[in-house]
Ligand binder design. Sequence first.
Ligand SMILES: [Fe+2]
Ligand SMILES: [Fe+2]
Length: 252
Amino acid sequence: MATIALYDNGGHRNLLLEDFGRGQAVQANQHLIIHDGEGMLLDPGGHKVYSKVLGETLSQLKNGKLRHLFFSHQDPDIVAAANGWLMTTDATAWAPALWTRFIPHFGLDNLVIDRLKGVPDEGMRLPLGNTEVLLLPAHFLHSPGNLQVYDPISKILYSGDLGASLGMTYQETPDFDSHLQYMDGFHRRYMTSNKAMRAWAAMVRTLDIEIIAPQHGAFFRGPVMVKRFIDWIETVECGVDLIPEAYSIPPK
Ligand SMILES: [Fe+2]
Ligand SMILES: [Fe+2]
């Protein structure tokens, strides 16, 4: 359990709350952006990490305020503790509009449901203090309604499940080629199609990116690593690309 500063210029900090969860649940990263005392927490996770992530978030904010919660998509490793976060903070929660009528099934209290806001399919710009972050469309990567966050100050692209890696112990990817083994299977099975991958690559190539930080596993730092990642993503065949002509009935 550790908090790592991916960027810190005093007034603007990007913190990675790494591995606050243990046990059978898949390893997940929580990311906190703080600008002039206003906080935005990305993909806060489920019940097992809720109290630790809340404690760390409040201690990092000090006298500041959690303004935004961001849910990249509807999966339980992201939204399961949504009610707790909305009950204990004044934050507004942002999720793909596609999912705002499904997320309440995780048990959102009537008192807080008005603070869950839908982000339109095309994405939007979200104010944070006197700056703003971009909520980018990244649909079908993997969820049909799926968003990513780009922070223009730190130049970090928060890529959610895209770029997820499982099974290694480091936090920063040291070598792209040897890292591929930890990403490959996940991307082929969970990502939806190469067409979605290419649409994403075409969008993010227009951004100035220093770090790509996924929700699971290690992040990618520096222009060479970022380029390697985008180039790789563009080539991955996944999801519907790999569907056979016919599914098979399970044998007896
Ligand atoms: Fe997911
Ligand atoms: Fe995930």
